[in-house]
Design a protein. Structure first.
Lengths: 324, 480, 433
């Protein structure tokens, strides 16, 4: 086996896994806080990436007439500092978007059937996606990544800087979620997930838990959307009208594999699914005529189905206690 | 009580079947009618219009027979655009639609032809086949709500879905698809393909790229990447024919292999093959992923592909703009934005800039414009001939009428013989990331026309393979 | 005498298809309105022009085929409580069974999978035997039901949302098979031709009931080809709806509902969970297969990508907007989900025509719409308008999405919930409860 190719494949898989982890954490936080499977994740994630592009490439603020004070000097590739500050700014905007969405559409549903909430997120997906399409229309949407498609060479293997950056982002996101879980809010969130009414009775502000879960969840989805935009991920350094809208659906096997409500499960699931997908793509490609073109796309689902048959609640999911 | 209800239901069903059996004689009679329907319809329509044309004879103009989609009283011709305005090709198609609308605005403001004006009706299909078919039915209605002809129908799938019905209904359709099926009367008796086919485009592109590779001192060897489906197979078929004729080895044949969201395998095979040339028949998103990853892994072959694979707003704002500039050559069917020395392009630019200043400059305006020119030529001929019925529009299209595109693209006519009908020329452009400057048309000045980054290298290029190849039909066999 | 909705004096009343007079009358009126509207009678003339302009028959007939599949979804999800997002997969199975048996094709040899690779037939060809509809339509349902039973052992183990997401895997595997087996699926992008909706004894030239050309039925009514298909599919839909209603009120249906309400309790009471879940999957897949076959055959040509996640997700919206796992709810939900986009489309078109006029409507239209630049409305009428204002074709989707959200917020129990509320109000009238 060619060592260089192996290293490159491994790095690619881990980077994809990092994106899956960020997106998956977004799903899990919202699921944990509100028991809703967020069907609007792809639209919200793409909207986040869109904000980033508007901030950095258009040098403007979304829906506001004046320019972005954080954008660096005009006509230059932004420096890493400028880009990062804009990234943080974007995540704040995404979190606010999450709060608004939650306040308007999810909060009124406290105590209502869970599937009604799921359909609301479905409606949100329909309602938000056209804005994304409109904003990407005609002009390409650069994300202004300072390092572009550059790569380091390590023992003949090319390691794209973006892949390392994605891994770092996922690490930070994971740490934030981890410490958040340990905090008072995290405990409150777990209590709400366990039983909304009981948590209310204990004096937990369920509305606030909902709000924070959505803010954090949407910010994480936006982060995943931005990370996935960096070259040489498929969108090649921009927001893609073709690729971004389906990103969230690719993460569903990840969260089921790990267990819908498990943070640690997402991390395992993300890495496992990405490894399976990328390695199957790389090393089984000569069997393409038997496996069918695009076979690696269904590898995650096959892995998921096998795991589910053995462990119906994923690797780390909480089994539902069945009572008469 | 319950049983009675059941019996009633069963009785009803039987009654229905029995009645329809009895009625089947009528059905057969009606079927006979349909075979003669064309003639009766036209004569009826003739009667109708003679009434209405009598009424407006004082307004001048000869008598024109009409049937559906034409308001003979107000001299308004309705044409339909079944366009994808909210689906995957929305940004491209909306520009094409805008160009055609501008074309008709200009046409109408100039007084139309003999007092006849054109009203384009736009409906959105979202690229969904079922919606596309519904839209078609709406256009094809045999009433004043129908249209005379469909001047744009987005995409191979929807065109394939309506082709047979359109031939039956005598609705002429200009598809937004360059599949090599359409010039063949068997698949598209009422489909009026514009410009060349994906297959011939590939022949020209591969031949040109091989010549360029040799100039660069490279030994030509070809890798073919395509997506499954008619588009991908058509493009790949042409590339294979060209490689065979020119003796270029195909080191990786990825026909129909680019599918799904993960393209790691295709990239691995491509990079491993060591091909010096790549021909792609993909979508822009797929090309960007494969190209970007291959280049990131140090792959340095020359690239080109069918026109829809490459999209300058996507590619030239991505982080691989420089690499596309270096390795990619775009192929196409028409003059790019503000190409100098083309009279029709000057008219297009003037009208677009004046009427849609808020839109950005674009290459695909030519496509909408060309659709307009084709339609105008046919409508003029129909008015001159005094017969603007749907059936006559189809007949006119096949009558050997030639459309002069004024340099925007090669002139075209539609004889019945496949080998004669196909257009064999395509355009080759250099990708220039430096020149790329997408500006709103409001900022257009002749000194600063803006650029889509597409610099024509060859205008109406016909390679030796495409010139000499004898087509006995489309390059692909369509499925059922 | 109007009967109290929940007052039952005999078991037959409890099990009746239409238990109250109101429902009987409403159903009869609905049928009458359907027939008259389809025939083009001006019964609904009072409804504004935007609602009746153009051809409604096409989207409505399309909706009916999806409605049949939705009935199956209601049985699986609404009655049995097994959330599945794989319904589109089963529709695809049915549709491909239908086209393999009934569609035009290249003979039996083309039906061997991978026939090109195996050398059975040395060219590309599609499998289609051209058999009549009375064979392919039931076969489509049976094939889908068999596949449903095949996957049910795995599905029985997995619960709740895990099951929902696991079934998404089916959709993707289905799409992959669509790519791998062009002998059945046809071209990946443009699909293949489905058999026409014709009744034949065998392969004779003149069909028994011809539904693809205009003609006269019963020697009385002259019908266009669209109207014929509409009536045929409506009749089928009614038959399948009655069958579904009967399944729900039968022993099987009660067992399924028991599993939904509490599976362990059901088992304790002697309802074998595994068996009935399998039956639930089989019934639902049967409906999906029939619905898929009719949908494809009504549209004439369908590509494999049609059986996608979005189609599956439509059914979830149908179920929840209709509400409460009932047949009436399913019908209402299907109408809402499948026709709202069309209504919105026509509404915005109609609004566009009003700009020139005067009065309140025109000023509202003026406020909302802009036909070029320099106008303040958020909705642009020109198709190419990146940025703000956004094109009307994109707004149509936004409005649809917002309608769904608003609807669920104000009526979480769905359309059926509204009906229950109205009924309860009148039940207690003149007292508030």
């Amino acid at each position: 086996m060619d060592v260089t190719t192996f290293i490159q494949t491994l790095v690619k898989a881990l980077a994809l896994g990092a994106v899956y982890i960020m997106m998956g954490l977004g799903f899990v936080i919202i699921f944990k806080g509100t028991q809703v499977l967020n069907f609007a994740a792809s639209a919200l994630s793409m909207a986040g990436a869109m904000f980033m592009s508007i901030l950095i490439a258009d040098r403007g603020l979304p829906f506001l007439p004046f320019g972005n004070p954080l954008a660096g000097p005009e006509g230059e590739t932004p420096s890493i500092g400028v880009w990062l500050s804009n990234l943080i700014f974007t995540l704040i905007i995404a979190a606010i978007l999450g709060l608004v969405v939650e306040r308007l559409t999810i909060r009124p549903m406290i105590g209502q059937p869970l599937f009604a909430m799921a359909v609301i997120t479905l409606g949100l997906e329909f309602a938000i996606r056209p804005f994304n399409i409109d904003a990407t229309a005609l002009e390409g949407r650069s994300l202004g990544v300072p390092w572009g498609a550059e790569a380091w060479t390590v023992a003949d293997a090319l390691i794209p800087k973006s892949y390392v950056a994605a891994a770092i982002m996922a690490l930070i996101a994971g740490l934030v979620v981890f410490f958040f879980y340990r905090s008072r809010f995290g405990v409150a969130m777990r209590a709400v997930a366990f039983d909304q009414e009981a948590a209310m009775a204990q004096g937990i502000n369920v509305g606030r838990v909902f709000a924070i879960a959505w803010a954090l969840g949407v910010a994480l989805a936006a982060l995943a959307g931005i990370a996935y935009g960096m070259a040489p991920f498929p969108p090649g350094g921009s927001v893609s009208q073709e690729i971004h809208p389906v990103l969230a659906f690719r993460v569903l096997p990840v969260i089921v594999l790990g267990g819908l409500d498990s943070v640690i499960g997402v991390i395992y699931g993300g890495v496992m699914i990405a490894l399976a997908e990328v390695f199957a793509g790389q090393y089984l490609s000569q069997y393409n005529s038997i496996l069918g073109s695009g076979y690696s796309t269904i590898v995650p689902y096959l892995v998921m189905l096998i795991v589910l048959v053995v462990r119906p609640y994923g690797l780390f999911g909480t089994p539902e206690i069945r009572r008469v | 009580m319950k049983k009675i209800r059941y019996l009633l239901t069963i009785f009803l069903v039987f009654a229905m079947i029995a009645a329809s059996c009895g009625g089947s004689d009528d059905g057969a009679a009606v079927e006979d009618d349909t075979s003669t329907e064309d003639t009766t319809d036209t004569t009826e329509a003739m009667d109708d219009t003679t009434d209405s044309t009598e009424a407006m004879d004082e307004g001048g103009g000869g008598e024109v027979a009409t049937d559906f989609g034409v308001d003979a009283e107000n001299k308004v011709i309705r044409v339909g655009l079944n366009a994808d305005l909210s689906g995957p090709f929305a940004s491209l198609v909306s520009e094409i639609v805008a160009a055609q609308q501008v074309y008709w605005e200009a046409f109408n403001e100039a007084g139309g032809y003999e007092g006849w004006t054109v009203e384009p009706v736009v409906i959105d299909s979202g690229y969904a086949t079922d919606v596309g078919i519904q839209n078609y039915e709406q256009f094809a209605q045999e009433s004043e709500d129908g249209v005379l002809m469909i001047t744009e129908n987005t995409g191979s799938p929807i065109t394939a879905a309506i082709a047979a019905q359109a031939a039956e209904d005598n609705v002429l359709v200009i598809p937004l698809s360059w599949a090599s099926l359409w010039p063949d009367p068997e698949f598209g008796a009422a489909i009026l393909e514009k410009q060349t086919t994906y297959c011939i485009e590939s022949m020209n592109g591969v031949e040109w790229l091989a010549g360029y590779a040799e100039e660069q001192g490279l030994e030509p060897s070809l890798a073919i990447l395509s997506r499954p489906g008619e588009y991908g197979e058509d493009g790949a078929a042409g590339a294979k024919i060209a490689a065979e004729e020119l003796g270029i080895p195909i080191v990786y044949d990825g026909t129909s292999q680019v599918a799904g969201d993960d393209r790691t395998g295709v990239i691995a095979e491509l990079v491993g093959s060591g091909a010096t040339m790549v021909w792609t028949t993909l979508t822009p998103g797929e090309l960007l992923d494969i190209f970007g990853n291959a280049v990131s892994q140090g792959y340095d072959g020359l690239w080109s592909g069918n026109s829809p694979s490459f999209s300058y707003p996507v590619m030239l704002t991505s982080d691989f703009a420089g690499e596309f500039d270096q390795y990619y050559f775009q192929s196409g069917y028409y003059a790019s934005w503000a190409t100098p020395g083309i009279p029709e392009m000057d008219r297009l630019v003037t009208e677009m800039v004046a009427r849609r200043p808020e839109l950005s400059i674009s290459d695909v305006y030519s496509t909408g414009w060309i659709e307009g020119m084709m339609t105008e030529t046919l409508i003029r001929a129909a008015i001159d001939g005094g017969d603007m019925t749907r059936a006559n529009m189809v007949a006119l299209a096949g009558s050997g009428i030639e459309v002069d595109f004024g340099g925007l693209s090669a002139n075209q006519s539609w004889p019945a013989d496949y080998n004669e009908a196909v257009v064999r020329s395509s355009w080759i452009y250099d990708v220039d990331a430096e020149a790329f400057n997408l500006i709103p048309m409001g900022d257009y000045t002749p000194e600063n026309p803006g650029s889509t980054g597409m610099i024509p290298l060859e205008k109406d290029y016909v390679g030796s393979v495409a010139a000499d190849y004898v087509f006995d039909g489309p390059c692909i066999t369509p499925s059922g | 005498m109007f009967r109290r909705p929940l007052l039952r004096t005999a078991y037959e009343q409890d099990a009746a298809i239409l238990p109250t007079y109101f429902q009987k009358v409403a159903m009869a009126l609905l049928l009458l309105a359907t027939v008259l509207t389809a025939l083009g009678a001006p019964v609904l003339g009072a409804i504004p022009e935007f609602f009746l302009g153009g051809t409604w028959l096409n989207p409505v007939t399309n909706m009916i085929t999806l409605g049949i599949a939705a009935l199956g979804f209601t049985i699986l999800v609404g009655v049995t409580g097994q959330v599945s997002i794989g319904h589109a997969f089963f529709m695809g199975v049915g549709a491909y069974m239908a086209v393999a048996l009934g569609g035009p094709g290249d003979g039996v040899t083309a039906c061997v999978p991978f026939h090109e690779e195996l050398g059975v037939l040395d060219q590309a060809g599609v499998c289609g035997l051209g058999l009549p509809m009375w064979i392919w339509l039931p076969a489509a349902g049976v094939a889908a039901a068999l596949v449903g039973m095949l996957v049910s052992p795995a599905a029985v183990r997995v619960r709740g949302l895990y099951l929902a997401i696991a079934t998404i895997g089916l959709v993707f595997i289905g799409l992959h098979l669509g790519r791998m087996l062009p002998e059945f699926a046809g071209d990946f992008e443009s699909g293949r031709t489905w058999p026409e909706l014709q009744l034949r004894f065998w392969k004779e030239e003149t069909p028994l009931v011809d539904m693809t050309s205009d003609g006269t039925w019963f020697g009385l009514i002259h019908l266009s080809e669209e109207q014929k298909q509409f009536f045929f599919l409506t009749a089928l839909f009614i038959l399948f709806a009655i069958a579904a209603k009967n399944i729900i009120r039968s022993r099987t249906g009660r067992a399924l509902a028991a599993i939904r309400d509490r599976d362990i309790a059901a088992e304790v009471m002697g309802v074998p969970e595994q068996k009935y879940k399998r039956i639930g999957f089989a019934i639902s897949s049967f409906y999906a297969g029939i619905g898929g076959a009719l949908f494809a055959s009504y549209n004439g040509r369908v590509a494999p990508v049609q059986w996608s996640l979005f189609l599956s997700v439509d059914f979830i919206a149908i179920l929840l907007i209709g509400g409460a796992g009932t047949i009436a709810g399913t019908i209402l939900g299907t109408i809402f989900v499948e026709l709202t986009p069309e209504v919105v489309k026509r509404f915005t078109e109609w609004l566009g025509d009003q700009v020139a006029g005067e009065g309140i409507v025109a000023s509202f239209a003026n406020l909302m719409l802009t036909s070029g630049s320099g106008d303040f409305g958020p909705i642009s009428l020109t198709p190419a308008s990146p940025g703000w204002p956004m094109s009307v074709f994109l707004w149509n989707f936004v409005i649809f999405g917002v309608l769904i959200v608003l609807f669920m917020i104000f009526e979480p129990l769905g359309l059926f919930g509204i009906w229950i509320r109205i009924r309860n109000y009148w039940k207690g009238w003149p007292f508030s409860y």
